[in-house]
Structures are given as C-alpha cells and as structure tokens.
Ligand binder design. Structure first.
Ligand code: DQA
Length: 145
C-alpha cells in the first residue's frame, strides 16, 4: 500500500527556515526518517513537495490512481486555499492534514484551517512526529480495510 506525503510551500526550506519553530532538520532528513519508519510497516512511501498551489492540486488528483492515502502539510495554503480544499474533497482516498508547529498556539490566522474539514483529521504541533503519527494511523486503518 502506497502512502503519498505532500509538503506544501516553504517546506523545502526546513532546517534553514525559522528553526525555533520548525527544527533544524531538513526536508530530506524528514523523508529519510519517514522511510525508515514505514519500512517497519508494510508501507511504501512517495514524496512530493511544491511551492505552487496548482502543482499540489494536480498531485492530489493523480494520487487517486497511484496512492492508497495521502498525508499532507499544506503549509500556509491550509489557512486560505479553497482550491486545495476542493481538490481534497474531490478524491476518493483518505487524506490526513499534518503540521509541524502547533497552528492553534500561534497567530490567529493560523488557527483556521480551510482544508482540515475535508480531511480525516488534523495532527498539529508534534514536530516531525506529526507525520509519524499519521503513518501509524494509516498503517492501522489500511490493514483493516
Ligand atoms: C505549517 C504551519 C503553517 O501555518 C505555516 O504556514 C507553514 C508550516 C507547519 O507545519 O507547522 O508553512 O504548516
């Protein structure tokens, strides 16, 4: 079973970007950690990162035919992209929203997610472990399907 991990805008800057909020490890480090984690389950991972809204939308559409589930960190698009929300709602595979920082403990605009209501749920504030928790969720959910 293949899980697609999508990282949105500015997440290619992980490690360099506001390390007090997002940590000092890179996107590569994150992907490597998740690959290690997934090898313990019977799961294959696919990674995608884009800074462009339309590229994320196209990848979500494609996911319906090449993934069993999606873990997405939409970055700042979380707070205002109705187009990404509609793309998530349009596909028939489960999508889980994750955030590295606790979006509910920061600026007020970050506590609104327009994408979370069409996702299976939202995991926020656990650092990179937000993604790992998502992997555990899908490992269990997909074997029961
Ligand atoms: C983020 C939180 C967003 O508010 C922010 O715009 C990001 C990263 C997170 O993972 O904590 O780019 O999604």
């Amino acid at each position: 079973k293949k899980i697609l991990i999508i990282n949105g805008p500015n997440l290619n800057r992980l490690g360099k970007r506001e390390p007090d909020l997002y940590g000092s490890s890179s996107l590569n480090d994150l992907e490597e950690m998740l690959r290690n984690e997934a090898s313990g389950f019977d799961m294959e991972l696919d990674f995608f990162q884009a800074n462009v809204e339309g590229a994320i939308i196209d990848r979500l559409h494609q996911a319906e035919s090449d993934a069993a589930a999606v873990i997405i960190n939409p970055g700042a698009f979380t707070h205002y992209s109705y187009a990404i929300r509609d793309a998530i709602a349009s596909i028939h595979i489960p999508v889980l929203e994750v955030h590295i920082s606790n979006v509910h403990a920061r600026e007020e605009f970050r506590s609104t997610s327009v994408t979370a209501p069409v996702c299976a749920g939202q995991i926020s504030g656990l650092g990179f472990e937000s993604y790992t928790a998502g992997l555990y969720y899908f490992a269990r959910r997909l074997t029961n399907e």
